[in-house]
Structures are given as C-alpha cells and as structure tokens.
Design a protein around this ligand. Structure first.
Ligand SMILES: Nc1ncnc2c1ncn2[C@@H]1O[C@H](COP(=O)(O)OP(=O)(O)OP(=O)(O)O)[C@@H](O)[C@H]1O
Length: 257
C-alpha cells in the first residue's frame, strides 16, 4: 500500500517564556497513513494530538523530523489536507451548498463543477433539503454532516478529522458514527482521525495508534481485525469488547502522577 502521509521522527518542543516553562510535547513520532486507510490517534488529554495535526496542516513547525503528504514535503506548507474540526466551521452568511462550493473552489475546483458536486452529494446523502438553508438553522449533527461532506469532496488526498463528534450528544454521536462509517466505506479516502472514544476508534479504524502522555510517542499500534462493511452490531462482539478493555487499560491514567 502506498503512503499518503509519512511522519518520520517528529519531535516538538515549545520554547518557554517568562510565564510558561518549556514543554516537550512530541518525542520521535513516526507513522504512515496508506492510500484509502483509516488511522486513528488516541491518547491522553494534552498528549499533543492537536499539535501533531497543526504540524501536518503546516500551521506549526516541528523541532525535528519530516512530514510528507503524497510524496511531497509538507513541513510548514498549508493546503495539503482536508480538515474537519471539532465544531463545524461553516460560514454563517453562506448557504449549506455555497459553503461546500467555497471550500472546493479554494482547493482549485472550477465554480461550475463545485456547484454540481455539492448539489449531487447533498442529494446522495439525503441532505438536499438543506442546500439553500443557512448553517444556523441546522442541528449540530447536521452541521457536522455538512462539514464532513466538505472535507470528503475536497481534492486533497488526506482527510484530518480532529475529534469531529466531541461536541455532540451521545445519541447523535452514535448516529454520526454509523453515517460516517457507511459513507466512508463506500468512498474510501485516507483518513487521520483523533478521538477520545475507544469504541469510536474500534468501530471506524483500520489501525489505532496509541500515544503516551507528553512527551508523546507511539506506545502501541492496534490493527483492527473486523471485516468491512461494519455496523454498530460490533459493539456486542466478544473481540470488540476484549480490544476495548485492552485499550482502556493502556490509556488508564497513571495514579502516581
Ligand atoms: N503554542 C504553545 N506553546 C506552549 N505550549 C503549548 C502550545 N500549544 C500547545 N501547548 C502545550 O502542548 C501540550 C499538548 O497540547 P495539545 O493541544 O496538542 O494536546 P491534545 O492531545 O490535543 O489535548 P486534548 O486531547 O486535551 O485536546 C499541552 O500541554 C499544551 O499546553
């Protein structure tokens, strides 16, 4: 499998100031995301997951190490990833369709094609009724669906999803997981996903990378063995429950800290 993302020996240290001490956040992190692969990062709060995303997105420079996306050096360069944040960052003055079209045209797709893509895909996923609505009339779950669609249609080869369901209530979150799973399984893109939910990671991912507390390094890689297409029925599977417990034990906070 060819790699869409290659992270090699990445370290990040924030220099201290008079008010904040220096902090080593990431220490020698290496991994890849293959073509069409769904890889999840899971780790304790403050282990540097957002910092890692910011470096992959070119917003932050590593102290050491290399990042390449689709074979090209991506250190300090923006525009190489399709990004979906924790809270949908839709433009409130644009309709749902125009929001999707705008991100596609910024990524270099012609206006006419962007419009056709947005309309076609909104209909495909049952959101055609929202095309002319403004984001503030949509529920949080609907806004995240639009936000996911926007990332999915972007031409960049790597999608980075940063805790996309963390602001949703438990039931909406479960519906979103099932929705994303079926959409992604029929349109495989390379995904790097961050979550605090072990169940979510096991349901969605091909591989899970477990980060240690800061300075974070990868302490374990779990290949998720369940065949696709998957469904929420997995939650009751004996192997699912065993892996969930194993990951939970690995992420249990150190009581001596
Ligand atoms: N610009 C900065 N300067 C100094 N320290 C920073 C800076 N940005 C982040 N940090 C520190 O780096 C550490 C990692 O932060 P980061 O947000 O990447 O962790 P995280 O794993 O995404 O956390 P969470 O799971 O809670 O979202 C934190 O201790 C944070 O305070």
């Amino acid at each position: 499998m060819s790699s869409v993302l290659e992270v090699r020996h990445l370290s990040k240290r924030f220099a201290g100031s008079r008010k904040t001490p220096a902090k080593e956040v990431l220490a020698d992190v290496s991994f890849q995301v293959g073509e069409g692969e769904f890889v999840t990062l899971i780790g304790p709060s403050g282990s540097g997951k957002t910092t890692l995303f910011r470096m992959i997105g070119g917003l932050e420079l590593p102290t050491e190490g290399d990042i390449s996306i689709d074979g090209a050096n991506a250190v300090g360069t923006r525009g190489h990833i399709a990004y979906m944040p924790q809270q949908a960052s839709l433009m409130p003055w644009l309709t749902v369709s125009a929001n999707i079209e705008l991100s596609l045209t910024i990524a270099g797709i012609g206006k006419r094609e962007a419009r056709a893509l947005a309309r076609d895909w909104l209909a495909r996923v049952g959101l055609e009724a929202t095309a002319h609505q403004y984001p503030d009339v949509l529920s949080g779950g609907m806004q995240q669906r639009v936000s996911f669609l926007r990332a999915l249609l972007s031409p960049q080869k790597l999608m980075c999803l940063d805790e996309p369901f963390s602001a949703l209530d438990a039931l909406t979150r479960q519906h979103m997981q099932a929705w994303l799973l079926s959409l992604w399984e029929s349109n495989r893109r390379s995904v790097l996903f961050v979550t605090h939910s072990i169940e979510e990671a096991l349901l969605l991912s091909d591989r899970i990378l477990v980060l240690s507390a800061a300075p974070a390094s990868i302490i374990r890689e779990v290949r998720v063995p369940f065949p696709r297409p998957r469904s929420e029925a997995l939650w009751g599977d004996a192997e699912f429950i065993r892996l969930k417990q194993e990951l939970y034990d690995m992420l249990r906070p150190d009581p001596t800290l």
